[in-house]
Write a protein that binds this ligand. Sequence first.
Ligand code: AVJ
Length: 376
Amino acid sequence: MQTLSAAPARTRTQPHPTAGIEEATTKSTNPAAAPRWRDKPLRLQRGPLPAGARGARLHVDVQLRSNGRAALARAVRRGLLLPQKMLPPKYFYDDYGSQLFDAICDLPEYYLTRTEHALLEAVADEVVALAAPRDLVELGSGASRKTRLLLDALQRAGGRPRYVPIDVSEGMLRRSAQILLGDYPRLQIHAVVGDYERHLHCVRGGRRRLVVFLGSSIGNFTPDEADRFLRRVAEQLNPGDHFLLGVDLVKDHAVLHAAYNDAAGVTAEFNRNILQVINRALAASFDTGAFDHVAFYNAEAAQIEMHLRARAAHAVHIGALDMRVAFAAGETIHTEISRKFTRDDTVAMLQRAGFEPVRWFEPASHYFGLALGTRQ
Ligand code: AVJ
């Protein structure tokens, strides 16, 4: 394995010399009428940035805002009326939730991020050589930490890449973009504040691209959802475009269990934060202290399941939905699945979506895999 960058890691709170760098922003004028993914592609077509953004190295395209609240409201109503109450894991990621997830990535028990990082560091040059992208698109970019490995490899290959991160957390996106612009003087960023399930059309266009979906985020989808999602990703790509998928692999159950039950309680805080998201967005009265964090490995389904378990019988009012939700003592809200894969699962999943497998990478530990595919 080569060591790629000797630059010291910058802490997130440190002010950066490029803070306030030139920037252009567009917002969808009528969020309620935001186009669905099947509609005409919007902004990323054929090279040049949209008018008004020329000269600026950062363009922030805000696809999400009021629109997101309606979707949350629907999901909460539907999910809390089910016999097994459920909430979609994407609602963990408000600004605080995104920061908590970032903290999870540093936990000693949470091997995923560090394993994937080391693997990507070892294979980034090969991935870039195979994909030769002009645009690097990242679905759910978070703090863009692993992105640097690909940007470094692109730079070494002499490219002048454009980075297109899509993330629901505008704050996280902006902070990461500012830091990246400072560290990569030739980089252009077209950041999309959006939900990659709804704003995938922003990925469409004519330039040769590498789309990356890292961190085993695909594990949050059920098998059917994953198939549908990957098919849609494939549909946005042109023949010759590449897709890099990070997957957490099936392994020793104790290792899996520990990764979702950390000693410091960060995962528990992350899990409970979804209730705060709902409290704020929908004027709900969840008492986060009334729920325990529960996470266990379901070997049959090859997935970690995360729940919030009511300590005692009680009721919660959700103002914006005019809804009262009763909890029995011990009743749970199922907040997340985190599926674990094998190499064969992953390759088959990519093939079903219309990708041709190009390379499979995994470390000696077999803890994590990266699959590179190309659009057929
Ligand atoms: C970001 C979905 C990959 O499933 O491991 C971390 C989220 N949940 N700890 C995962 C998560 C609890 C994470 N993913």
